[in-house]
Ligand binder design. Structure first.
Ligand code: NAD
Length: 321
């Protein structure tokens, strides 16, 4: 298995396939991450809000200690949670995450959402989730993105992260950021799958020299577990006739077709599975190519159907509207 990479503006190379850590139970995480590295993953996609970073870090460090990989061969991505957007909280947030991960630096630090939530001190609750402790409604904070981003840039200067980027941002906000960024965002990570293709966003962002990572490449599959009504009401991608026919043509699985379709758009992926055979299968999306006619057939499946939407989830925040 040869890992392929996307070039970043810093000169670093980001693996095209990484391992996603959302919803990995902390009790499973050390072994899962160890196995992922053992089967060949070189990018680990983490976040404070996944509430498992200490356990993810254990897995990473076990793999390094056992000689499976050197730190410099790994690409560790993590994300700034929304309660730390104020300029005075950005560094303390990453320092806390590095402590939990047991690492000196990460390779990519992303602003997780374009959504400033009221600060919750680390010693009061960590990680704090979406709400103030004891509350169940969102409280926004006055934390402008240009100040947050300047603090993110200082983390690169301090050597705490090699690259910085954003997640769940739209073109309007990115256009504004490009007017003041001293370090341009290196990466945009957004929900992308055949049912939510965001073609204009992807193309424009790539034209700016910003790399793109797809999350939730299997569409509804990941969101059944969250109780999403949207996910329950739609045909699973793995059962979609177009996806199944293309899978049969190449003697591949539908999951591989979903991942390969992203790679054909020069978009990186971070699939998650606890099962070692599936981990390997997902990595093997690097091993083959899909004909343009099949890419075009999948392009017809777009429904603009978003599953990770804080508007339909409990938060009731229309950030994508
Ligand atoms: P995913 O699309 O990777 O799907 C995961 C689901 O698919 C799991 O139920 C898993 O069991 C199943 N699966 C995995 N491989 C399979 C295979 N080969 N065959 C059949 N089923 C398979 O879902 P995801 O976890 O939502 O997204 C991937 C990663 O993206 C996350 O773990 C996280 O790291 C990242 N992410 C980021 C954000 C963000 O806001 N930036 C949001 C969601 C996810």
């Amino acid at each position: 298995m040869t890992i392929e990479y996307l070039p970043l503006q810093s000169g670093d190379k980001m693996p095209l396939i990484g391992f996603g850590c959302w919803k990995v139970d902390p009790k499973d995480a050390p072994e899962t991450i160890y196995n992922a590295i053992k089967v060949g993953y070189r990018l680990i996609d983490s976040a404070s809000n996944y509430k498992n970073e200490e356990a993810i870090g254990k897995g990473i460090n076990m793999a390094i200690k056992d000689g499976l990989v050197k730190r410099e061969e790994l690409f560790v991505t993590t994300k700034l949670w929304s309660t730390y957007h104020k300029k005075e909280h950005v560094r303390e947030a990453l320092e806390k995450q590095l402590e939990q991960l047991g690492l000196d630096y990460v390779d990519m630090f992303l602003v997780h959402f374009p959504l400033p939530l009221k600060h919750v001190p680390i010693d009061v609750k960590y990680p704090p989730g979406w709400y103030q402790p004891g509350e169940d409604v969102i409280t926004l904070d006055r934390a402008p993105m240009h100040e947050c981003w300047a603090a993110m840039e200082q983390l690169v200067e301090a050597g705490l992260t090699r690259n910085i980027g954003v997640s769940n941002f739209n073109v309007q906000l990115l256009m504004d950021m490009l007017t003041y960024a001293k370090i341009k965002p290196a990466l945009l990570q957004v929900e992308l799958h055949p049912y939510l293709q965001q073609e204009h966003l992807v193309r424009w962002v790539q034209q700016q020299g910003i790399a793109v990572t797809a999350y939730s490449s299997f569409g509804p599959t990941s969101f059944i577990a969250t109780g999403s009504k949207r996910a329950k009401g739609v045909e699973p991608l793995f059962e979609n006739p177009t996806i199944k026919d293309i899978a049969a043509k190449y003697n591949r699985n539908p999951s591989e077709v979903c991942l390969r379709w992203s790679l054909e758009r020069n978009v990186a992926v971070v699939p998650k599975s606890l099962n070692v055979d599936r981990m390997k299968m997902n990595l093997s999306a690097l091993d083959w190519k899909m004909d343009e006619e099949d890419v075009q057939a999948i392009n017809q499946l777009d429904m603009g159907l978003r599953f990770n939407d804080p508007m339909v989830n409990a938060q009731k925040l229309p950030i994508f509207y």
